[in-house]
Design a protein around this ligand. Sequence first.
Ligand code: FMN
Length: 332
Amino acid sequence: MALRIGSLELDSRLLFAPIAGGSTPAYRRIARRYGAGLVVSELVSARGIVRQGIGRNYRYLAMAPDEHPVALQLFGSEPEDFAQAIAILLADPDMRQFDAIDLNLGCPVPKVVRSGAGAALLLDPPRAEAIALAAATALHGTGKPLTAKLRIGFGAGEEQGLTVARRLADGGVRAITVHGRTRAQYYSGVADRAAIGRVARGLAASHPDVVVIANGDIDSAASAADMYRQTGAAALMIGRAALGRPWIFRDFARTVGMDERIAVMREHAAGTVRLLGEEIGCRELRAELQPYLRGFVGASQLRRQTTTLATLSDVEELLAAVAATDGGESSE
Ligand SMILES: Cc1cc2nc3c(=O)[nH]c(=O)nc-3n(C[C@H](O)[C@H](O)[C@H](O)COP(=O)(O)O)c2cc1C
């Protein structure tokens, strides 16, 4: 066992980040098979689950028997929405299979922030704690831990992360992922490892039982080692660098043979179409298959081909075109 979060045992300290349109059910399963210690769904509205039920959210929440442990990530601003959403998930025989609930305190999107959710919670520590308490209470007795993911701060140069992390821990959160950017940065600039370290060390001093997971710009063994060194975090979460490259979870492998790459792309496509149907599934795959082509020799032509995918036979044509390249990757 590499890491314990509450009663949850993870077999690797490299976790796959929640990514809207990226940590889909089909791809989470692949990431897990390549060794990700935990996979996390994209953010799902707690209020949406309360108002509409699971139906419309099923495409994000669906879990496969072989992808555990999997965390479902919720966003919102009202503690009661979290309590009710978790109760709805726990009452459903498929949905109650989740292994952890993750709270989103990082989403920078204006619509989410204006509603008081996502990164806006960095500005309202009492509300963040109330949400954690409501969610932890809803999970009480299930053995499923509550986790959270936040940014280091809200405005440029601000660092509310530690204050909010402590409130979350007081509310019952067992692990906190720290993305080393402020809300103001969105995804620009470089993740601030020193700032993550200040949250990690501060939390270790006040809440030594809470696991800190560092996140931001990890894409190699060297950047992972540096992240550990600068932050003292117990685990790492990888997002964008894992898209189209699930093998990164296998000791930061940079590439695999062409047959394996094609097989993964085919599995990703088949899993997406199984969940969403051919029409919607292929539309989603237009974006989801792009990361596999990153840095590929001949990528621009292949990328164009990806933008018109409409059927699984189009996917097969794309895979044939990928296979026909020399497989060379530019060094990036
Ligand atoms: C397109 C996109 C969608 C994202 N969606 C989510 C999300 O749903 N929930 C979340 O907590 N973070 C989300 N993130 C943030 C990532 O989880 C991660 O914190 C960020 O990308 C930095 O890590 P990385 O450099 O390893 O990608 C998203 C990031 C991107 C680029």
